[in-house]
Design a binder for this molecule. Structure first.
Ligand code: MSP
Length: 651
């Protein structure tokens, strides 16, 4: 059976984790879920890297022992992973005896075989990064190339690992394989190695909070041998119980941020070569999530940290997971802003996917008695079926290359096409023509089946949404989840006759405070600040008005979120609108020109300060703008930018 072993970096529990750390972990989780769903025997490891001076100092600063300090933070990290539904199989802590024992064993073995030797080290040392640097690598003469802080000249007696001995073998391996991905990171590492590798200092005499060097109790093992070994200590390598190691090593992917690619592609493979163990198949270095308009790396020291708990609480788990994996091409840097987050959620999830489900279920209720209809082979154009097959292929290829945002973008091709397909096919018009009954059935089936497949493909990414889609389509989520992947993802799985269960919108639109403030009544000041009306050609028979008269009319952008016919009134539709965070109901005489389903999601112009009145006993508060032709036909005034925020003033 195919196996898949994926790891995240083990995180420093020096303070609470932020959305940047969540990014790596959610990505690893999506890949693990994908491989599990394919039926691969999957192992997903994460954990914490708990030793070192930084942690020791942070603990002292809070008046705690290091272990008390890390215990508390690790508990918080586990809570975060549970809030994000991270499906890890094991969580390794470097302070656990199972890890410490094996790290000491690794150290002793390397020492015994002459790959570790004692010497003294003098050099430029960055205390916060606990790294010695050679002069040529320093920034501006005396700054650490990683963190930019000043380095100090330090002399220390230490143990060294013969990194240089393995440099040639390593270079060959990197150049000849796809060990390092994406390719840009591979090139960086090749030139780094070509500049020459020095032996690596692997112990410290000044740091107490670490694993003691087994042959010299005055020293502790320096963080990289300790940390990197987690990928095999967690599997029980070097112990009697090494079944997991034998099953899962070598790792299929070490997922890491770009700043630690170097450690994973130089130090780690050399340690493994020295131990005579196989190398991981792939190290994937993803970019950073930068923050705000300055596009800075999110970091505790800069105080620009976005708390993932707050985001989940505010916008929901699936919106957060979707944003993280969709917004930034995996591998590149990307900038987080709350505005981009809201736009992404509203556009892709609330509008595109949410409306597709809402329109489809509404039409099946209306035109097919609430049951998924049998497609008609004679009229089935297979437009969505063919696209679904193509999109699933693209999605799978992207997942195999770890291009998570590309995989999601492929799925949204189907979402977009299906929404357009509704407008093209106009099922409400087909429903009026008995000769088109077969075509109507095919169209409705295609829409529902596209949604079922989309939900299957979304399961690695989103936690609650796939279930909610299947439930609305009348399917049993537990059953869909247990179908073999090939069967679940193939077109045609949805059984005609299934009774759908239309439910709440998948994602409520997020209305921002900014939009709401624009809903305030137009003030005197705002009116006088408005530009003077251009001198217009008089239209015959229409009285001319002053600009002040026009300014009394408050026009706003609104989105139609629900639409239904008014019983026993051929011309009327009852519409629910979203207007900058407010909900409005209007009754509109457009039923002869628009089917309710085709209106959902449209951005229209609302005369918002019209006094409310009742039409057929239903309150109508406002009026929409439409153009009428001489034959009485009518065209709604809509916005050409479909995501233009609602609540905006029109003038
Ligand atoms: N402890 C080491 C890793 C040892 S692995 C054997 C470490 N820990 S860390 O907590 O500082 O960062 C771990 C990882 O968090 C980074 O490599 C990266 O994957 C992720 N990120 C931290 N901040 C990030 C962003 N702002 N953006 C994206 N990822 C970020 O390094």
């Amino acid at each position: 059976m195919t196996k898949f072993y994926i790891t995240t970096p083990i995180y420093y529990p020096s303070s609470k984790l932020h959305i940047g750390h969540s990014y790596t972990t959610v990505a690893a989780d999506a890949l693990a879920r994908y491989h599990r769903r394919l039926g691969h025997e999957t192992y997903f490891l994460t954990g914490t890297d708990e030793h070192g001076q930084k942690i020791e100092r942070a603990a002292i600063a809070e008046g705690k022992t290091p272990i008390q300090f890390v215990d508390e933070i690790v508990a918080g990290i586990k809570e975060l992973w549970s809030a994000l539904h991270i499906s890890y199989d094991d969580f390794i802590r470097t302070t656990e005896p199972r890890h410490k024992r094996v790290v000491q064993k690794i150290f002793r073995q390397l020492y015994d075989q002459g790959d570790i030797y004692k010497s003294s080290y003098e050099g430029w040392y960055c205390t916060p990064c606990e790294t010695f640097w050679i002069e040529g690598k320093l920034k501006e003469g005396n700054l650490c190339p990683d963190c930019g802080r000043p380095v100090e000249w330090t002399k220390e007696e230490s143990y060294f690992f013969r990194l240089s001995k393995y440099a040639d073998r390593l270079l060959q391996h990197i150049e000849e394989t796809d060990f390092i991905q994406p390719a840009s990171r591979k090139n960086e590492m090749v030139s780094f190695i070509k500049q020459g590798l020095e032996d690596l200092c692997v112990s410290r005499s000044t740091v107490r909070w670490g694993i003691p060097v087994p042959i010299d109790e005055r020293q502790t093992i320096y963080v990289w041998i300790d940390a990197l070994s987690n990928y095999i200590t967690a599997l029980g390598w070097g112990t009697e119980n090494d079944e997991l190691y034998r099953k899962f090593w070598p790792a299929d992917v070490h997922l890491v941020g770009k700043e630690i690619v170097r450690f994973h592609t130089i130090i780690w493979p050399c340690i493994l070569m020295a131990l005579g163990l196989p190398l991981p198949k792939k190290v994937f270095g993803h970019g950073w999530l930068l923050f705000g308009t300055q596009a800075e790396k999110m970091s505790k020291s800069k105080g620009n940290v976005v708390d993932p708990f707050v985001l989940i609480e505010k916008y929901g788990l699936d919106a957060v997971r979707y944003y993280l994996l969709r917004e930034v091409p995996f591998g590149s840097d990307g900038t987080y802003t709350e505005d981009a987050f809201i736009l992404r959620t509203n556009t892709d999830l609330a509008n595109d996917l949410g409306n597709l489900l809402s329109r489809t279920t509404q039409m099946i209720n209306k035109f097919a008695g609430g049951q998924v209809p049998e497609p008609d082979p004679a009229t089935d154009d297979r437009v969505l079926a063919a696209l679904a097959e193509q999109v699933v292929r693209e999605y799978q290829e992207a997942m195999d290359r770890l291009e998570l945002s590309t995989a999601l973008a492929a799925l949204w091709k189907l979402v977009d096409r299906a929404n357009k397909y509704i407008d093209e096919q106009a099922p409400w018009a087909l429903a009026r023509d008995a000769a088109k009954a077969g075509q109507l059935r095919s169209v409705l089936y295609s829409l529902a089946e596209s949604l079922r497949i989309l939900a299957v493909a979304l399961t690695p990414f989103l936690i609650h949404t796939p279930e909610r889609i299947w439930e609305q389509l009348g399917l049993d989520p537990a059953q869909v989840r247990t179908l073999p992947w090939e069967e679940a993802i193939a077109w045609g799985g949805l059984q005609p006759g299934t009774t759908i269960r239309r439910g709440n919108p998948l994602f409520p639109r997020i209305e921002t405070a900014k939009e709401e403030t624009r809903m305030e009544p137009v003030t005197e000041k705002a009116q006088s600040a408005a530009p003077a009306a251009p001198a217009a050609e008089p239209v015959e028979g229409v009285a001319q008005i002053e600009y002040d008269d026009f300014a009394k009319v408050d026009l706003r952008v609104a989105e139609i979120i629900e639409a239904e016919r008014v019983p026993k009134a051929d011309r009327l539709l009852r519409l629910q609108l979203s207007v900058g965070g407010e909900r409005r109901q209007i009754v509109s005489g457009i039923a002869q020109y628009y089917a309710p389903e085709e209106l959902i999601g449209k951005r229209i112009i609302l005369v918002s300060n019209l006094k409310p009145k009742k039409l057929r006993g239903i309150e109508s508060h406002g009026m929409l703008l439409a153009a009428t032709a001489e034959d009485g036909s009518l065209s709604l005034v809509t916005l050409d930018k479909p995501n233009f925020p609602t609540g905006m003033r029109v003038k």
